[in-house]
Design a protein around this ligand. Structure first.
Ligand code: SAH
Length: 466
């Protein structure tokens, strides 16, 4: 069983620092179920590849187990030594533990940097779901997925296909993230064959899944399979993932929570923003419109009041916000004709989502600054490459303006959950790049009172598909 990791980051030999394994050495590690060997078949400034070869010893594997755990011959004669299974996850945690934990003293900045990485798994047993399942689990995380399915026996093609695949995954991401994805997902494909299900598996799943699993569209299936179909563990995992998926509590009520609300109340910026966005949407002639990161649904209410919009969909990652939106919009009590026009969906903007396709317009109001920079790249593709609405109206704070707010300490963001706030130059550079890349034109408009020097508190980009 072989896992290779390659990078084309310059210099690619940095991979050695990140993995804490010297590229010139062949190293062997003793694990409870066999041995793991690490070596580099390819070392160069342009491309470096590290291999993790697992040598599972079927005898060591059953040592210490009670007899009734499985039928005897099956304990010795099975595919475990040859395929990527939960053993590989254990090996990743033990042999690449520092890299998985995102630790690297010599190259601290590298740990945080998304790098061009390729992982190749030889062989991955996929039980139930085939290549489609491999794609469904890895693509939402931004991977380009290649699969080669192997026949059961090359000598006897009539026996048909085996459940074994060679899988190549390519992505620009941090090494720690890549290893966490492999750690969690490899046993998921193996499904019922997970040898390591104990109560601490739940903790491991949540720890390694932190920051991505809660938003993954297949989180139910991943959790169920990872936990070996144990319903109690599965239910607890889902409940805890749901908590993680709704961290933005401060966003749910703009009145009286956090510094952004106090600041913005003085200029009722929120209302001005929605007014300006609405005007842009109206002018575009759009009939179907998405409100992405709709929060409590204030813009949705205004959209609903305009006959022009025949189909309105609000999406948010926070279930609690959606519940509040649903209550405020009185969705339960709307007359049928109104209710048919609007729906709320739970989802994350950082995952490709079929439900977002074929809309005339999308509003993304004060959302991007809540995304971690690596997630922002995923968002760009989700919206501009896959959903591709005719027009996108997007707003974000203008950092140049922050000095006008005396109550905001210098260097602080307007809201504790903001991951960044851009100057006008930064926003315009980003928006222009995205537009050019995806075949849109973009124009910029200020929102709120305009100061001659620092501009307006909010900046808005209007993207139109060419
Ligand atoms: N657009 C609303 C809310 C802005 S607050 C308004 O103008 O009032 C930012 C919103 O983005 C929050 O509701 C938050 O839950 C949501 N959000 C953050 N990350 C998200 C993601 N990855 N996908 C979808 N929504 C997200």
């Amino acid at each position: 069983m072989l896992l290779t990791l390659s990078t084309t980051h310059a210099p690619a030999t940095d991979l050695g620092y990140l993995l804490h394994k010297h590229p010139d050495k062949f190293q062997t590690f003793n694990l409870s179920f066999g041995q793991a060997h690490v070596f580099y078949p390819e070392v160069g400034a342009e491309r470096t590849t590290a291999s993790l070869l697992l040598d599972v010893d079927p005898v060591a594997m059953v040592r210490g187990k009670t007899r009734e755990q499985s039928f005897l011959l099956g304990q010795y004669v099975n595919d475990r030594p040859y395929v990527a299974s939960s053993f590989l996850s254990v090996a990743i945690a033990q042999v690449y533990g520092s890299a998985l934990g995102g630790r690297c003293k010599e190259r601290e900045e590298l740990v945080q940097t998304p790098l061009p990485l390729t992982a190749r798994i030889e062989l991955l047993p996929v039980r139930g779901g085939g290549a489609e399942l491999v794609r469904r689990l890895f693509e939402p995380l931004g991977y380009q997925v290649e699969t080669v399915r192997h026949p059961l026996d090359e000598q006897f093609p009539e026996w048909g296909e085996s459940p074994y695949f060679t899988v190549t995954l390519t992505n620009t991401t941090t090494l720690a993230e890549l290893l966490a994805h492999l750690y969690v997902l490899i046993p998921v494909f193996d499904n019922g064959k997970h040898y390591f299900v104990g109560d601490d598996e739940l903790e491991k799943l949540l720890e390694k899944g932190a920051g991505w699993l809660a938003h993954h569209p297949e989180k139910d299936q991943i959790t169920r399979r990872y936990l070996g179909h144990r319903p109690n563990l599965y239910r607890e995992a889902l409940a805890r993932l749901l908590e993680e998926a709704t961290p933005d509590e401060g966003e749910e009520d703009f009145t009286g929570l956090g510094p952004e609300s106090t600041l913005e109340r003085t200029v009722s910026l929120n209302e001005q923003r929605h007014g300006t966005v609405l005007a842009a949407l109206r002018a575009s002639g759009a009939r179907s419109v998405l409100d992405l990161g709709c929060g409590e649904g204030k813009l949705l209410r205004e959209l609903l009041a305009e006959r022009q919009f025949e189909k309105i969909v609000g999406m948010d990652v926070s279930v609690r916000s959606l519940e509040i939106a649903s209550r405020r919009l009185r969705l339960e009590r709307l007359p049928d004709r109104q209710a048919e026009r609007i729906s709320l969906i739970h989802g994350s903007l950082t995952y490709r989502d079929q439900r977002l396709a074929n809309f005339d317009a999308a509003a993304v109001v004060e959302v991007i600054e809540h995304l971690d920079p690596p997630r922002l790249t995923a968002f760009e593709r989700v919206l501009f490459e896959f959903a591709r609405p005719g027009i996108v109206v997007l707003t974000t704070p203008n950092r140049d303006y922050n000095i006008k707010w005396e109550t905001l300490p210098a260097g602080n963001f307007r809201h504790p959950d903001h991951r960044f706030e851009w100057t006008r130059a930064e926003f315009e550079a980003w928006a222009t790049r995205i537009a050019t890349q995806h075949g849109y034109t973009v124009g910029f408009l200020p929102v709120g009172p305009v100061d001659e020097v620092v501009g307006s508190p909010t900046q808005m980009g209007v993207f139109e598909r060419e």
